[in-house]
Design a protein around this ligand. Sequence first.
Ligand SMILES: Nc1ncnc2c1ncn2[C@@H]1O[C@H](COP(=O)(O)OP(=O)(O)O)[C@@H](O)[C@H]1O
Ligand SMILES: [Mg+2]
Length: 258
Amino acid sequence: MSDIILETVGLTKEFRGFVAVSDVSLRVKRGTIHGLIGPNGAGKTTCFNLLTKFLPPTRGTITYDGRDITAMKSADVARLGLVRSFQISAVFPHLTVLENVRVALQRQRGGSFDFWRADGLLRRYDDRARELLEDVGLIPWATITAGELPYGRKRALEIATTLALDPVMMLLDEPTAGMTHEDVDRIVALVKRVAKGRTVLLVEHNLKVVAGLCDQITVLTRGRILAEGDYASVSRNPEVIAAYLGTEVDSVGVPAHG
Ligand SMILES: Nc1ncnc2c1ncn2[C@@H]1O[C@H](COP(=O)(O)OP(=O)(O)O)[C@@H](O)[C@H]1O
Ligand SMILES: [Mg+2]
């Protein structure tokens, strides 16, 4: 089994001549939390859409777990264990928190909702759903409808429904976007917990979160890889600092001098 779980070579995406992702060769090590960062418009989300097959690349290849997935369909890639949060796992606001996770578990099994299955099986779904809610700290919210959840808890539910698919590698696109400090801390702890025994690729704006979570970081600007390394090294890199300068240096706290 290779040390590298996900690798892209020369990954490129053009939108009518505009190059959103340009010649990106990314290597993600198995069992790590890998951060993908960069200023707005750097191409992070487009990269995610390429990796999870929501968009076809213009050029380049993607290898996941030793298999060329460049031409595969999104659902097939998810079945191999490469799952993007908020992908298949839409949250149904009128269902309870527990029911949402149960539906995600049932979908993973057979596609249809299949409410006619044997009682024993339903109970097993229930037990597993409770375990997942426990993992994300949502047990006290189990019987509340998802629509009533506060924002930060909703993201936790989305993570639980993603975990229901039993991912080998999870891709999280800005899991802390729009959150309060308290919620951010909780999500950081949660990502740490769910990353055990998995690989996580994380797009994140909040550099404190990146510093606290990521083993390895790739910095994108204008679709290209600008720098790679651990947080200490990329945050000291003058080119990285320059890329962030003027846009978000104050809010993210990148040191002006390394
Ligand atoms: N479907 C699309 N059609 C045209 N341009 C797009 C499309 N999606 C993204 N872009 C452009 O590609 C660039 C990268 O966008 P995106 O990947 O969303 O960046 P990020 O997630 O890093 O903020 C932006 O300039 C954006 O306007
Ligand atoms: Mg984005």
